[in-house]
Write a protein that binds this ligand. Structure first.
Ligand code: APR
Ligand code: PHB
Length: 393
């Protein structure tokens, strides 16, 4: 058995774990990142793509935003489509000049891994059987297997950045954790297509056949989504059916979606889920490990980054002078933004998706709300300031 030692053991090399590792490295705090998948796998996984301005600023502070600033697409508005017309929500005009940047989560992950590897700081891929020990009273340790060898990593803090199915949250005694959740009767069928985006800005479309979203990853790559049933089998969705539904739900008289080869497709279920508190003993949870939002408001990645901003601040204080007050308040400070984002994502989801039972009363409410956003500056501002990310919650 090989014995290792570090200050912070970081479980998971998604955006949360990698950004935390990078922020700590800049403050002189040692960490080891443990990831159960291969580097190629985590760099290829297609995920989110909308960054709030605060997220861009954090990645810049972490010194990993050079390519993001070169290649990211800055957007100052989004479009809402309903009742056969489109309405622009002028995000920047409504929020004192704030904007969002379109840049794939996979690209952020690639940039963060490259920076970690270049610094020589430890990051291990394809680790197996990660088990957390003594996270309550401490001192904690993490055992795992890597390249056929057993390891024990002793540490002072464990950061659980291992997503919704990882082992960290499961290590917390059930009696100290409370969960709050909501399931939705719909899912998203998403495709990545090798075709230039048909519109300069994202289009969120309310349609009697179901919600659709036109997004993008670059000037040559479109990312498109269709509302479908959660139990839908992707085998029933040949490319021709996907394009036909996208054309139906996003098309307007005189406007058609550009089609191209489908590079990737998949179905994502939609959930709202929060675990409280986000800490236990020497374990601190961040990102999808402790909260999930439905994708409609594009908040998942941004919340994960906000968590690790606060966690890095608290750990820097702790390792610099032993101060524990920021660590003690970690969960409470994160959860304010988590619940704001949970509400926003639930609200956007409820306003835009076709009710599964076809309840016409609900459809009328949705249309009334969409019309209100398109006619009232106050209502549009509510959407805009949440979408670009509130400075204070
Ligand atoms: N051991 C080590 N690593 C693990 C284990 C394990 N047993 N289980 C899971 N992991 C890894 C996963 O392989 C993944 O790379 O933890 C990482 C968690 O990363 P993400 O799922 O990307 O979660 P997070 O970093 O919190 O980022 C949240 O991801 O799903 C999107 O919409 C979500 O954009 C949001 C973001
Ligand atoms: C995406 O591009 O993947 C995306 C964009 C906006 C959303 C959700 C996902 O609300």
């Amino acid at each position: 058995m090989a014995r290792l030692r570090t200050q912070v053991a970081i479980i998971g090399a998604g955006p949360a774990g990698l950004t935390l590792a990078r922020l700590l490295e800049r403050q002189g705090v040692d960490s080891v990142v443990l990831e159960d998948r291969s580097r190629e796998y985590v760099e290829q996984r297609i995920r989110a793509g909308v960054l709030e301005q605060g997220s861009v600023e954090l990645l810049a502070e972490a010194g990993v935003a050079a390519r993001l600033q070169r290649e990211g697409l800055v957007h100052s508005g989004i479009e809402l489509q309903f009742d056969n017309h489109r309405f622009r929500v002028a995000l920047s005009d409504l929020t004192g000049g704030r904007s969002i940047v379109i840049y794939g989560q996979t690209e952020i992950v690639k940039d963060l891994i490259a920076a970690r590897v270049a610094s020589g700081a430890p990051i291990l891929f394809e680790v197996e059987d990660v088990v957390l020990k003594d996270i309550g009273p401490g001192p904690p340790s993490v055992s795992f297997r890597h390249a056929g060898e057993e390891h024990e990593l002793r540490c002072e803090i464990v950061a659980g950045c291992d997503g919704s199915h990882g082992p960290c949250r499961a290590s917390v005694p059930a009696s100290t954790l409370r969960s709050y959740s909501r399931e939705y009767p719909y899912a998203w069928l998403g495709i990545l297509a090798a075709v230039a985006p048909s519109n300069e800005e994202l289009i969120y479309s309310h349609h009697r056949s179901g919600f659709a979203l036109a997004s993008m990853r670059s000037p040559a790559l479109s990312r498109l989504y269709l509302q479908c049933r959660p139990e839908e089998d992707i085998a029933n969705w040949p490319d021709s059916r996907i394009w036909e539904q996208l054309q139906l739900r996003l098309g307007l008289p005189g406007w058609q979606l550009k089609e191209g080869p489908v590079l990737e497709k998949g179905i994502t279920p939609m959930r709202s889920l929060v675990y409280e508190p986000m800490q236990y003993g020497h374990l601190y949870l961040a990102g999808d490990a402790c909260h999930i939002v439905p994708p409609t408001g594009a908040k998942g990645l941004n919340l994960a980054l906000h968590d690790v901003r606060l966690l890095a601040e608290a750990l820097t204080e702790f390792f610099a002078n032993g101060a524990t007050s920021l660590l003690e308040d970690y969960s409470e400070r994160c959860l304010r933004r988590v619940w704001r984002a949970e509400h926003f994502s639930w609200w956007m989801t409820s306003m835009l998706h076709r009710p599964d039972d076809g309840n016409e009363f609900e459809v009328k409410l949705q249309l009334a709300q969409l019309r209100y956003i398109s006619t009232s500056r106050a209502a549009a501002t509510t959407l805009a300031e949440n979408y670009v990310g509130l400075a204070k919650v």
